[in-house]
Design a protein. Structure first.
Length: 216
């Protein structure tokens, strides 16, 4: 039995001295409210309310139950409102793990705006290429690039990033421009440090587009 829920229903009826008024305030059918109170009385093997055609009266047991229950219901309501308030006014520590490649450019400006808006939040930022274990290490969220392994965690795509190849003019001058994709095997590259990038060449653009970017 949902004791706290039934207690709250009983307090509502006892304070209103009416099933009808309490049902309207609670937004539930009067019949449902009456049945729940009857179940509560049956579980206690006590009569808490005396029902008549005009109003509801409390028995001695009901009066005692109301005195004890009002504080409990009020405390539960206060706890609910305080925790729900965290959604409207976030506070506490937010632990984030962000890949170093995107942190300074994409995350830092947004994070500064977020902290200005929610001054009661403290951010603990892990800015590195390592893949953290969110559950084991106590992180609230992580921002990652590329395909993610199946983990059972909630994942949301935030943006699509296009990947391109670039070369410094000095590098092209020393080593020349490739004329065919296979020529890239003889060129050095800087690859991302996160898992999934093993230093392989994966191209989707045409050679013309590739050469134009390499020579810029």
């Amino acid at each position: 039995m949902d004791y706290l829920r039934n207690l709250a229903l009983f307090v509502a009826v006892a304070e209103a001295r009416s099933f009808t008024k309490a049902a309207v305030r609670l937004g539930i059918p009067t019949s449902t409210l009456s049945r729940r109170i009857s179940e509560l009385e049956a579980s206690m093997d006590l009569k808490l309310l005396v029902r008549n055609t005009r109003q509801v009266e409390l028995t001695d047991a009901g009066a005692l139950y109301l005195t004890l229950g009002e504080g409990i219901v009020a405390a539960a309501r206060d706890a609910h409102q305080q925790v729900r308030g965290l959604v409207e006014t976030p506070q506490g520590t937010l632990r984030m793990s962000v890949e170093a490649e995107i942190g300074p450019r994409l995350v830092a400006p947004v994070l500064a705006e977020y902290l200005e808006r929610y001054a009661e939040v403290r951010v603990d930022l892990d800015l590195s290429p390592r893949r953290v274990d969110l559950l084991a290490e106590g992180f609230d969220l992580a921002l990652r690039i590329g395909k993610l392994p199946n983990s059972g965690l909630t994942v949301r795509r935030l943006a699509l990033l296009s990947a391109s190849l670039y070369a410094a003019p000095s590098y092209v001058k020393r080593h020349g421009s490739p004329t065919h994709p296979r020529d890239l095997l003889n060129h050095a590259r800087i690859h991302l440090l996160h898992k999934g990038d093993l230093g392989e060449w994966r191209l989707k653009k045409t050679l013309t587009s590739l050469r134009s970017r390499l020579t810029v």
